[in-house]
Design a protein around this ligand. Structure first.
Ligand code: ZN
Length: 276
């Protein structure tokens, strides 16, 4: 039996979730509502500049959980692959500058080549980043994505694939972000979460829900409790695997972005405690 969530001490929200607010408003409202963690999306840094974002976060009681998102390593040309590595080094530096201990990687895929080739290039790309990650003290999290994104967004589609890669890289700076939206359907999920924890690779846990008949492949994620993911069960597995970090709410939703964001934030908090 999974213990109910009693407070907001593990609640983190990704800034993209309340995109219409902009960063400063989001930060103010999260803190005012008792949200303890924030994951910052790259658009925030692009808009405000890394120094301003870093200063605002340093002055806030909120904990910075992650910087989202780097990756996109595979490409059919070496020039593009090298460019991706350079881009990611810059993102690691930005993560450090905004006090984020973790950079989430959407690893990428190039439809012009096999998924296996893309996976090899992902591993090469991540390995090339380890010295920068160590220097900046920013860890890297491979985020396996649902197979519907295997064409262009990620050649890593199961937790088993991510585990195998992280174990092969074997660095304390490289682990995994488990996102329920991408992994809930996998019959091996329980055992792969256990494996991830046993190898100290469980770095992050992202939550939302899978709406039945989503209207959009990307921007119709559900609020916890609104879909068919057994969030409590998965949280139980994650906790049993030794994870005691933040539960990061990450919802891209055309529907919720149109809603009053204060009302939405209150719904996030209510549903987080009720259904997660
Ligand atoms: Zn995620």
């Amino acid at each position: 039996m999974v213990e109910p969530i009693k407070d907001l001490s593990r609640l983190c929200i990704h800034t993209i979730t309340t995109k219409p607010w902009g960063f400063e408003k989001a930060l103010e409202e999260y803190v005012a509502h008792g949200v303890q963690g924030i994951s910052v999306w790259q658009n925030v840094v692009a808009e405000l500049g890394v120094n301003k974002v870093g200063d605002l976060l340093a002055a806030s009681p909120i904990e910075v959980v992650s910087y989202v998102r780097g990756g996109f390593f595979p490409a059919t040309t070496e020039t593009k692959r090298n460019q991706a590595i350079d881009d990611n080094k810059k993102l690691i530096e930005e993560a450090a500058a905004i006090h984020a201990p973790l950079l989430v990687l959407v690893c990428g895929a190039d439809p012009g080549q096999s998924l296996e080739d893309s996976r090899n290039q992902i591993q090469d790309g991540i390995e090339a980043l380890i010295p920068t990650a160590m220097e900046m003290d920013v860890r890297l999290a491979i985020e396996p994505l649902h197979p519907m994104y295997a064409d262009t967004r990620s050649a890593i589609n199961t937790l088993a694939q991510a585990n195998t890669m992280a174990e092969s890289i074997q660095s304390g700076f490289v682990g995994i972000a488990v996102d329920v939206y991408h992994l809930w359907w996998d019959q091996l999920l329980e055992q792969e979460i256990k494996r991830c924890g046993e190898n100290d690779n469980l770095f992050a846990y992202h939550i939302c829900d899978w709406k039945v008949h989503p209207e959009d492949m990307l921007n119709d994620r559900g609020l916890m409790g609104e879909g068919c993911i057994d969030l409590k069960k998965i949280r139980g597995w994650v906790e049993k695997a030794g994870f005691n970090g933040f539960h990061e709410v990450e919802i891209f939703s055309n529907k919720y972005w149109q809603m009053d964001q204060l009302e939405f934030l209150n719904k996030i908090i209510t549903n987080y405690q009720k259904y997660s």
